[in-house]
Design a binder for this molecule. Structure first.
Ligand code: SAM
Length: 261
């Protein structure tokens, strides 16, 4: 039986969940605000294809809607020329970090709390809609693409890593749980999902221009415990693994974008 690109995308993402049978701790909930605040602060210091492509479609004084905004890594660097930034996120603490930073850039800032599936319909459109590093958390990527396009007057810009963001933990799956980690999906699979959904997406692959902000050993352990669903009793093994397979400071990134007419 053949499956669609959208079905394959959702199935590939589902495989990144550690099975309940081997887990000894609950699944991860929420993202660490400080980590995403550091990434947002870095974003305004860097030129990137996503920034360039979004800026090219922005009028002076224009507006940007950032979906899954975190602390604003997708939109802060767009103000100026944008004068109005609207962020959507399910974490109130992320929206606080986003608003504080957007105001500091001289933009008017609105934070909208709630899942995009529930809040986007009620929002006014923006000149450019961006969403960075949200695709691998979005099994319904085809619907997401259309929902973003419905809110954009000029362009949609999606940024995602070329591989799943926890691809670097593959050796940990075998060492900690004795199971093989999934092999996909990739940003090329995401582009295929969007094309299949009738979106004329353009693709640019690039390499991040500066290392991601470093994390403390405790933060890395906390991340690995929740991702691998184990308790502190596995910390020594995790530390050994971190020495052999450190979290990469650099990543391959993809920008997917399309014009809205
Ligand atoms: C990996 S972070 C990326 C944050 C930011 N865009 C960046 O690039 O730094 C994903 C963000 O999406 C938010 N999120 C997850 N599911 C969401 C949903 N259904 N609707 C809106 N935001 C969501 C999370 O709370 C988190 O802030």
């Amino acid at each position: 039986m053949t499956s669609s690109a959208a079905e394959r995308w959702a199935a590939a993402l589902a495989r990144w969940r550690i099975p309940d049978e081997v887990a000894t701790a609950p699944a991860a909930t929420g993202f660490p605000v400080q980590r995403f605040a550091d990434i947002a602060d870095l974003s305004v210091t860097l030129d990137s294809p996503s920034r360039r492509i979004a800026t090219a479609a922005l009028p002076i004084g224009g507006s940007v809607l950032d979906v899954g905004c975190g602390a604003g890594a997708g939109s802060l660097a767009l103000a100026p020329p944008a004068a109005r930034l609207i962020g959507v996120d399910i974490q109130a603490s992320m929206l606080e970090a986003f608003r504080e930073r957007a105001l500091a850039r001289g933009a008017t800032a609105t934070g909208v709390l709630g899942p995009w599936q529930e809040v986007l319909d009620d929002l006014a459109g923006a000149d450019v809609v961006v969403s960075h590093h949200t695709a691998y958390g979005t099994p319904e990527l085809d619907q997401f693409g259309h929902a973003l396009a419905a809110k954009a007057r000029r362009r949609v810009v999606l940024e995602l890593s070329a591989e799943h963001p926890t691809a670097w933990t593959r050796p940990y799956w075998q060492a900690i749980h004795g199971i093989e980690a999934p092999s996909g999906p990739t940003s090329d699979d995401a582009a295929e999902v969007l094309r299949e959904a009738g979106i004329d997406v353009e693709v640019e692959h690039w390499e991040q221009a500066a290392p991601l902000p470093p994390e403390s050993e405790e933060d890395q352990l906390r991340f690995l415990r929740t991702r691998l669903r184990v308790g502190e009793e596995r910390d020594e093994e995790l530390l050994d693994l971190l020495r052999d397979h450190p979290r990469p400071a650099w990543r391959h990134v993809t920008t997917l974008w399309w014009a809205v007419t």
